[in-house]
Design a protein around this ligand. Sequence first.
Ligand SMILES: C[S@@+](CC[C@H](N)C(=O)[O-])C[C@H]1O[C@@H](n2cnc3c(N)ncnc32)[C@H](O)[C@@H]1O
Length: 355
Amino acid sequence: MGTIEPVDDDRSRAFGAQLLGMLTGHTLTMLIGIGHRTGLFVAAAQAPVTCAELAERAGLTERYVREWLGAMVTGGIMEYDEPGGRYSLPAEHAVFLTGERASNVGPVTETLQTLSTIMPQVERCFRDGGGVPFGEYAAVAGDSLGATWRYIYPEKLLDGFVGAVPGLTERLAEGARVLDLGCGSGLAINLLAEAFPRSEFVGVDIAADAVAFAEAERARIGLPNASFAQGDAAELPREPAFDVIMAFDAIHDQHSPDVVLRKVREALAPGGVFMMVETKFSRDVARNIGNPHAPMIYSISTLFCVPASLADGGAALGAVWGTELAGEMLAEAGFGRVRLLDSPRPQNCIFVCEV
Ligand SMILES: C[S@@+](CC[C@H](N)C(=O)[O-])C[C@H]1O[C@@H](n2cnc3c(N)ncnc32)[C@H](O)[C@@H]1O
């Protein structure tokens, strides 16, 4: 018989408190999602209100709003002025809960909701192996899988991501042929095409609905220098060649990332550059301990990146494949000069790769 280790009661209590915080966070996250989608936060941000006024302002049923406010106040998201019976959303909190800005966590709650819906399928994979086809996520997600980036691009793409790469803004301003691989719903391409009219932009993605959305947006804005095509990155042809190839958060999800990186290198025109925006973690879990972004990205990777890739026998690198492995794979693909730069988001980095 092994010896029974004594339980350190203080440590146990502290962990219990930590778990309570996590479970509370989960429930509040669900209600933050409701506040985001129903417009409650936007309505509350205008001025302190009673429950009845808030319900009316947002056009919602008061009984539900009252319960929701209870969670918001006790959860430290909103404030309650007892004598006046008024609820308020501090401006410092509204920054994270309202508006089309990168700091708004509302879109992230949409992504998490989609992942919750798909959890039974992922649990089945834990037991039986295999994966969950991307189509199953898309069926419940609509646009929400890419929602996290919806407000990030308008704020951070031009000055932030593009601006971080030395010489890239000037190159795009002069005129270059640019490809966005795994372009999703085309947000980046459409913003870039508008900002750099002398450059020509092409977006490629394997998801037909994303490409259709991108093209509709392009047409709505009226951009003659952008186009979109459905295609598999692993079948990227050498011609036509591109001066700049970009991939935002798209390489680790590839079925065959090694093939894709080689195809990217082959499709670069002489002097061309590949800008790969990826997650900024180590492949070594020990080195990710203490990184505040790591638990969430590992979790999203467990619920999406790994099962979606394994569904069709892919490499399943996962979102935390690590900058070390990324660097090795870029070298194997034939990139002789690779620079690793910080990005405007601490959980991302930018690989600037040249042949
Ligand atoms: C995490 S999303 C990023 C989308 C977009 N770059 C953005 O930042 O919003 C990854 C994208 O890669 C696309 N993708 C996955 N496998 C692909 C493949 N083999 N060929 C082209 N696109 C692919 C997915 O359809 C998805 O749109």
